[in-house]
Design a protein around this ligand. Structure first.
Ligand SMILES: Nc1ncnc2c1ncn2[C@@H]1O[C@H](COP(=O)(O)OP(=O)(O)O)[C@@H](O)[C@H]1O
Ligand SMILES: [Mg+2]
Length: 218
């Protein structure tokens, strides 16, 4: 991440139902108890304009071409970075983002089969030079993740992406695993344990490692 910021940027990634939203909320509390100011946000969305783009992206009634989908994710990202991520990092906050650029590579690259280099280029443009300091990747077998996601009250029949078939979700997972292998310093893989609490403990251990390294480097 760009050193000029006092705050730091954590992203939480993984397939549907792996526990991103649950664990992001718990992580926010954990860091607040340590005295950090924390902003929790999400992609796609997180700011007024970007949330409107999210509504388009997740609307199951719409048929969206893969390249259009990619551009929508990236355009929402630009606005979200401008409105939320950048100003809060500049204020010295910790920003936790539920999904970010790795999801774009996993879903639009490995899932929709768009050329990865093209996505990397667009990610670089859209992030305006802001990259995560730490990424927590919650690994789950999509079969289990989808069952968990379906059990949520708000699921209905799922959003446009959740409705994709199991092969798509397995491809997405392969994407995340490939990214974790490629960027082992930034991306920490957490096998999602049977309970929320077990997963939380594993995440907190990674956070502690990250914080102590950061202290040494300051
Ligand atoms: N480790 C876990 N074990 C069992 N259920 C979980 C676990 N983590 C999350 N859940 C449940 O699974 C559902 C999906 O979790 P959520 O955090 O919304 O996932 P995501 O945001 O990754 O889609 C929620 O109902 C949540 O309570
Ligand atoms: Mg979620």
């Amino acid at each position: 991440m760009v050193a000029k910021f006092k705050g730091f940027f954590i992203t939480v990634e993984g397939c549907e139902g792996c526990g991103k939203s649950t664990q992001s909320r718990l992580l926010k509390k954990y860091l607040e108890n340590k005295g950090f100011k924390v902003v929790l946000t999400r992609e796609p969305g997180g700011s007024t304009v970007a949330e409107q783009v999210r509504n388009i992206l997740l609307n199951p009634k719409l048929k969206i071409a893969p390249l259009c989908e990619l551009m929508l994710y990236e355009s929402a990202r630009v606005q979200h970075i401008e409105d939320i991520v950048k100003p809060n990092l500049a204020k010295g906050c910790v920003v936790i983002c539920d999904r970010f650029t790795d999801s774009t590579i996993a879903y639009q690259g490995y899932g929709r089969k768009i050329d990865i280099k093209t996505i990397e280029k667009l990610n670089n443009i859209a992030t305006l030079g802001i990259n995560p300091d730490l990424t927590i990747y919650l690994d789950i077998d999509p079969k289990i993740g989808i069952v968990r996601a379906k059990a949520k009250k708000c699921f209905n029949n799922g959003d446009r992406i959740e409705r994709e078939n199991i092969k798509f979700h397995n491809d997405v997972r392969r994407g995340f695993l490939a990214l974790a292998k490629k960027y082992p310093k930034r991306i920490k893989t957490i096998k999602t344990e049977p309970t929320v609490k077990d997963t939380r403990i594993l995440i907190n251990a990674e956070i502690e490692k990250f914080l102590s390294k950061r202290k040494k480097n300051v």
